[in-house]
Design a protein around this ligand. Structure first.
Ligand code: ZN
Length: 67
């Protein structure tokens, strides 16, 4: 699967967000404010969603999640 991981400042309670663009490409945004360990967990979590195909089902699409 194709994805980019980017680190951006998000609100503290948000660990990561995954957005699928028009071309079906996944953009995983990880909160740059988290510790390294938390970022690794957040990446794993977002990749699990991608692997499960969650983002093809709009009802489970998480724009902002708190995990
Ligand atoms: Zn999630």
């Amino acid at each position: 699967m194709d994805y980019y991981i980017r680190y951006i400042d998000l609100p503290y309670r948000v660990k990561g967000v995954t957005v699928m663009d028009e071309e079906g490409f996944f953009n995983v945004y990880i909160n740059a404010r988290l510790s390294y360990d938390c970022q690794q967990k957040a990446i794993k979590h977002e990749l699990t969603h991608i692997a499960r195909g969650d983002f093809f089902r709009i009802e489970v699409l998480e724009k902002i999640e708190t995990m």
